[in-house]
Design a protein around this ligand. Sequence first.
Ligand SMILES: NC(=O)c1ccc[n+]([C@@H]2O[C@H](COP(=O)([O-])OP(=O)(O)OC[C@H]3O[C@@H](n4cnc5c(N)ncnc54)[C@H](O)[C@@H]3O)[C@@H](O)[C@H]2O)c1
Length: 201
Amino acid sequence: MRLEDIKTIGIVGAGQMGRGISQVCATAGYQVLLVDVAEPPLTEALVKIRAGLKRAVEQGSLTDHQAGAVPALIRPKVQLDQLRDVQLVIEAIPEDLAMKQELLTELNRVCQPQTVLASNTSSMSITKLGAASGRPDRVVDLQLHESGPRDATRRSRVRPRNIRANIASGHRSGETAGESPCGGQGRAGVHREPCPDSDDQ
Ligand SMILES: NC(=O)c1ccc[n+]([C@@H]2O[C@H](COP(=O)([O-])OP(=O)(O)OC[C@H]3O[C@@H](n4cnc5c(N)ncnc54)[C@H](O)[C@@H]3O)[C@@H](O)[C@H]2O)c1
């Protein structure tokens, strides 16, 4: 899978991370299918994404025009099989090994063989998750962070500017270094993006 082949991204879990990741992926121009188990978290996510876009405009990091185009790119779904034609799936469900393993097994069944499955896990072995998926060579650790604009630590953020770099540098299951399944150079360990002082969304 080449980075430029990715047009539509499936995001599973519409909680704190899933909605932030959806927002930056759509702001970067990707079509997003956002999946959760029920409508309420999806509705809440879309409300919060709109609020996040409004803040971005107020802060001058997005124009009205840019922000206005984002919501239409995010389509909420409650069925996993809607992800059958996406090129990349990023899971952002709760940090529970059995849940994530079950989800990856299901995604392996639903998605095309070439689809890359990424996990936003903050603590789990990507190799263990990859083994459960049935496609370990196409599972990457894509840990993204959501620090709101008012987060005093400002350690790291998911940013449209470098979402592609994040995708390209995902750490593959069973890999310590080398080329990532999305092209680009994979990195050993978890990729953390720096948060420069300036706003660059
Ligand atoms: N919150 C953070 O600051 C942070 C930072 C880095 C990484 N992470 C990691 O990101 C992941 C998500 O964390 P979060 O804080 O966003 O969780 P969250 O609890 O806010 O959201 C999880 C969402 O996943 C949904 N969900 C659960 N099972 C599902 C399934 N089978 N299919 C579809 N949706 C499902 C839930 O309904 C919920 O909306 C975790 O692995 C966490 O460790 C979180």
